[in-house]
Design a protein around this ligand. Sequence first.
Ligand code: EPZ
Length: 420
Amino acid sequence: MDKFVIEGGRRLSGSVKVSGSKNGVLALIPATILAPGIYNIFNTPNLRDVWTMSQLMNSMGAFCELNDNTLFVDSRNLNKFEAPYELVKKMRASFYVLGPLLARFGEAKVSLPGGCAWGPRPVDLHLKAMEKLGAEISIDGGYVYAKAKKLKGTRFNFDVSSVGATGNMLMAAVLAEGTTLITNAALEPEITALARFLVKMGAQIDGIGTSQLEIHGVNSLKPVDETAIPDRIEAATLLIAAAITKGEIEVKDVNPYHLSSVIVKLEESGCDIDVTGDTIYCKQDSDPIPIDFTTSIYPGLPTDVQAQWVAYMLQAKGQTKVTDTIYTDRFKHVPELQRLGADIKLIDNSAIINGGKPLSGATLMSSDLRGSASLVLAGLIAEGTTDVLRVYHMDRGYEKFEEKLNILGASVKRMKTELI
Ligand code: EPZ
C-alpha cells in the first residue's frame, strides 16, 4: 500500500488545473447502459472509482477503456444484469446501475452497498422510486432483485434529497411509458449534468437544474459523446490547501458557480478571492478567521468539503463549529487530527475546534476519501513530517493529487509501505 510523506510548513503558490468530476463521471457511465452503442466521455479523471465502475460495466459485457482522460464505452454487448457484492461494497456508486438496467433489460440484481467507513448508507429511496415506477423489488441474501416488464411513468417525491436516488430514478424514467414527475430532486451539478447528457441522448426532461423534474418517456435513446464537468470538490480542496498554508494560488478549468458557497466561506475566513471565467484565485496571508461550517444539500456547503474545513480551522485562533447535517457521523478524520495535537471535540454531528494550537507531525491513518484529504491538508501545516497511510482512499477521488500539491510548492512524497 502507498503512503504520503509530507513535510509541513511550506506555503503553496502557483497555478493548477482541476480534473473532471469523479461524481459526475460515476453518473454518466451507468447512463450508457440505456442506449447500446459507443461513447467517448472526455475529461474523465484517472481514478480508482472510475476503474471500479469500468470493471463493473465490463463484468456485465460492456467494454470500457480509459486513455488520456477519455473513457471509451461500448455498451452494445451488455448481457449480464448483476452488480456483485465485491464491487458494490468497494464503491457505493455501483448501485447507480439499478435504474438503467431495469430500463433497458427489465431486470437487475444489485448487491446492497451496506455501510461505509463512516456509517450506514441506506438505499431505501432508490428502491421506493423503482417500485413507484412499477418494478417488483425483493431482497434476498444481501442482493436487490428488481423486475419490470415495462416501467410506467409516475409521480414521486423524495422525502430526503438524494443525489444517487435522483440519478437512478432519472435513468429509469427516461425509457418508461408516460410521464414521470420527480419533486425534491437533487440539485447537485452532477445530476444536472446527467440530465443534460440524457437529453443529448434523446430523452425528454423538463425542469433541469430545478428540484422538480418532468420526464416524458421515449422508446429509445442514442449514444453520444460527452465531456465531464470539472470536479468542484477537488477545486474546493485545492483552494483550502492554499488557504491553510497562507498561500496564493489559482485553480483553473473550474466551474466557479458549482462551489459558490465554499467561495463565500473562504472569503469570510479572510481569503482574498477573485473569480474570472473558469479560474478561481485565492490568497490567504494571515491566520484564518474562525468561521462555522454547516453542510446542506446543493447549493449549500457540501458534506464532501466538511473534513477539509475541519483541517483548515485548525489554523484559526478561536473556536469553530463544523456540523454535518447530511452524514451525521462523517468524522473519522477527527481522532487522526487529534494525533497531530489538534484540539477538537465531537458533540453529536458537530466538531468543535479550538484552533491556533501548534501541530506536530505524526503517522495518520486514512479511512475514507474526504477524511484522507483532511489529513493531507493538516500535514501541510504540521511541524516536521506527517505520514498519511492508506492513500488508496485519496486515489479513489483525487487524480495525481500529490503531483498537483508539489507543483504548488508542497513536499508530498508517495512511498510504498508494508504498514497496513
Ligand atoms: C453522493 O452520494 C456522492 N457520491 C457523495 O460523495 C456525497 O457525499 C453525497 O452524494 C451527498 O452529496 C457520488 O456522487 C458517487 P445521497 P449518495 O443519496 O448519492 C440519505 C464523495 O466523497 N439517503 O445524496 O450516496 C443518505 O444517508 C462521495 O465523493 C437515504 O436515507 O448520497 C444521506 O444522509 C461520498 N436513503 C443523504 O440521503 C437513500 O436511499 C444524502 O445521500 C439514499 C440516501
